[in-house]
Design a protein around this ligand. Structure first.
Ligand code: GP9
Ligand code: MN
Length: 677
């Protein structure tokens, strides 16, 4: 007999190997069972709120396992078994890495995260606190399969040869035919299990998840663990290779000249009186969730909706014609446009798709100018890929949900009053000067507030989504009042520039509710402007330069405005915006919105969805009527150029090239100088 001369352990291994080979794809079935168990365990260990594995999830996982492993059927027995073991080891390690990463970052590992290794590296020091004994269960099967793999590698070939010596061998074509048909069947089953269910989710409860791409966990919720990584690889390859358009040298230098001309505009403004008037001040900037400009100075049932902001406006520079410039990336776009002064991309979010790229954001510039830089947002750190993007934006520290004590639950997470209170506890101890960026959340759609915080009498808007919005804004306004009081109490009021702006519209689609609230019907241009306008307030030490500024501006102008006040030159930086707070407003200022709309304060161009210029409408703002297209035509061209140039730069990471080029030129210049001397 084959194993008469073997020790019992080796004999067992040998029998197992021969048994698996004789029973054909039993090894594949064992692999599927082990992987399913692991993925179930994975979902239990992660324990993400509202994401328990359902029957449909298990079916999708099963399909994904089949797609992951069907190709092993092409291989001869030993190769197939070893490949399945290899797949098991890879999948187990990836899932384990996900678990560790999730415990720290509340997200799953993706390729861009791996490429930006310094972020994963920050796990290093806290790794001990992230390990749990129960994680061992993920590797239980290794107790058998690892020694078995070693045996199969070492003795497998000769065992199988000896066992098969006296068996009738099928012809090569028979073997090939069986393998091709079987693998095609397994592949077909896997594809249909995954895609039928994922497409159903995309059509129903998961609409927009793959377009918005806002959180890896939301994608995992649809695709499962293996599916998420498959999708992540597809997303990366598509973006970086399949869809990647190469920029020619001519296009790159066109984009460089264009953006440098924006720097030239800012350079001329450096002669302005206000340039550097607040050098060395702290900067505290608050991005307000869904806070629209039409809330300011309004009352309902005799009560002011934003009494604290209305008071603060008296002491601040308030921009009443200020626009959000966001697209699908919503909150993350507002963050990007206001901090990095580039247009968002039209599909998806820069935070998700281009997080590792080079930008000249306020945080990195201020850090280079010896500021302490922190960002605060009381929600999961992985949402909108913030962990990765904030790392790239060079914040010293990101305070996400896990850093806060949940002592006031409102809407998605922590109430803004507690959020400000706890953030100020950190800020007041920070080294100065600092840049602190706070992102609120309580007024997020659908504006669910606890009864105790609903203090407005709403009349006919009671019980409507607009009514809920007003209650939420009223609460946020009170929270802002507390923030100001606290800044005064901490001695920060007179050495800090306080900036506030709304991130985007409130997502209420029913215009009639807005008309009811305003008590008048709105023309198309009025509704478009109302939808896009958010407030911008800049409070300066000693209430200086307070007043209402009616010149147009947008989120891309926020960083240039603050840098101007601090006297930090952005003339050589790659930013699109221009300072809004200057002694004399800039001539011909325009705000370009991502959908191709623009305004200069006199006209407002509403583009048509087909992109044909003439199908859009050029509105006169003072006339509240459509006017001759000639009043818009030149600026439409400029707006399109702005969007194209910004896309070229953002999507091809051109800022990195521009900087390398100027560094080389500078080196060349100094070499020539040395040679001349
Ligand atoms: C969550 C918050 C909400 O972190 O940013 O994002 P939104 O849905 O408004 O884009
Ligand atoms: Mn938002």
């Amino acid at each position: 007999m084959l194993w008469n001369d073997q020790k019992p352990a080796r004999r067992g291994m040998s029998m197992l190997l021969i048994g698996l080979e004789r029973l054909k794809i039993v090894d594949l079935l064992l692999f599927v069972a082990a992987m399913l168990a692991k993925l179930y365990l994975f979902s239990e260990i992660l324990h993400v709120a509202n994401m328990k594995m359902t029957r449909t999830d298990a079916i999708i996982e099963l399909g994904a396992i089949l797609l992951f492993s069907f190709w092993t059927i092409w291989l001869p027995a030993r190769g197939r078994i070893l490949s399945l073991i290899m797949l098991n080891v890879i999948a187990s390690l990836v899932l384990y890495a996900d678990i560790i990463y999730y415990r720290y970052f509340q997200d799953l590992i993706s390729i861009p995260v791996l490429l930006q290794f310094s972020q994963v590296d920050s796990l290093g020091e806290s790794i001990g606190t992230l390990l749990r004994a129960k994680d061992f269960m993920l590797f239980l099967d290794w107790i058998v399969i690892i020694p078995f793999a070693i045996y199969a590698l070492w003795r497998g070939r000769s065992d199988l040869r000896r066992a098969n010596e006296f068996r009738r061998k099928p012809l090569v074509w028979q073997k090939t035919a069986v393998r091709v048909v079987l693998s095609a069947v397994v592949f077909g089953i896997g594809t249909s299990l995954v895609f039928t269910n994922v497409n159903e989710a995309k059509r129903t409860w998961g609409q927009g998840i793959f377009v918005g791409n806002w959180w890896n966990l939301s994608i995992y919720n649809v695709t499962g663990g293996l599916g998420f990584h498959g999708y992540d690889i597809y997303r990366y390859v598509k973006q970086n290779w399949l869809d990647a358009e190469t920029v020619t040298a001519a296009q790159s230098s066109e984009a460089q000249n264009w953006i440098e001309s924006r720097g030239d505009v800012r350079r001329t403004l450096e002669q302005d009186q206000l340039f550097g008037a607040y050098a060395g001040s702290n900067v505290l900037m608050v991005q307000l969730e869904a806070f629209q400009n039409f809330m300011i100075h309004k009352s309902i049932g005799g009560q002011e909706i934003t009494p604290h902001l209305n008071d603060l406006i008296e002491q601040s520079a308030y921009f009443s014609q200020f626009y959000h410039q966001t697209a699908q990336g919503r909150t993350s776009d507002a963050d990007f446009t206001a901090n990095c002064s580039m247009q968002p991309v039209s599909n998806g979010s820069v935070f998700i798709q281009y997080a590792p790229n080079e930008f000249d954001c306020m945080s990195s510039t201020l850090k280079a100018n010896d500021y302490g830089t922190t960002v605060f947002h009381a929600y999961e750190g992985g949402f909108w890929n913030r962990n990765t993007m904030y790392n790239n934006m060079q914040y010293d520290q990101f305070y996400s949900l896990k850093h806060f004590t949940m002592d006031e639950k409102i809407g998605w997470a922590l109430g803004d009053k507690s959020f400000f209170r706890q953030s100020l506890d950190v800020i007041s101890d920070q080294k100065q000067p600092f840049y602190s960026f706070l992102i609120t959340l309580s007024s997020h759609y659908p504006f669910t507030m606890p009864v105790a915080e609903k203090s407005l009498s709403l009349g006919e808007l009671d019980g409507t989504i607009m009514g809920d919005y007003l209650q939420a804004i009223h609460y946020v306004d009170a929270a802002l009042g507390e923030l100001v009081d606290r800044m005064k109490a901490e001695g920060l009021w007179d050495n800090t520039i306080l900036v506030m702006y709304g991130d985007h519209d409130n997502s209420i689609k029913d215009w009639s509710l807005l008309e009811t609230f305003l008590g008048k019907p709105l023309s198309e241009v009025e509704s478009q402007m109302m939808l896009r306008q958010v407030p911008l307030l800049v409070h300066l030490p000693r209430n200086e330069h307070a007043g209402t500024y009616t010149e147009v501006g947008g989120q891309l102008d926020v960083t240039p405005t603050i840098m101007h006040l601090l006297g930090i030159s952005t003339a050589n930086q790659y930013l699109i915006g221009t300072p809004l707070l200057t002694e004399k407003p800039l001539d011909g200022k325009k705000v370009v919105l991502r959908n191709g709309a623009f305004t200069d304060g006199n006209v407002y161009y509403i583009p048509s969805t087909d992109g044909i210029v003439d199908n859009g409408a050029c509105w006169s703002i003072p006339g509240n009527a459509v006017t001759d297209m000639n009043a818009c035509i030149g600026a439409i061209e400029d707006s399109r150029t702005e969007l194209n140039m910004s896309d070229q730069i953002v999507m091809n990471n051109l800022i990195e090239n521009f900087k390398e080029q100027s560094a080389t030129e500078a080196r060349g210049g100094s070499n020539m100088e040395t040679a001349a001397r």
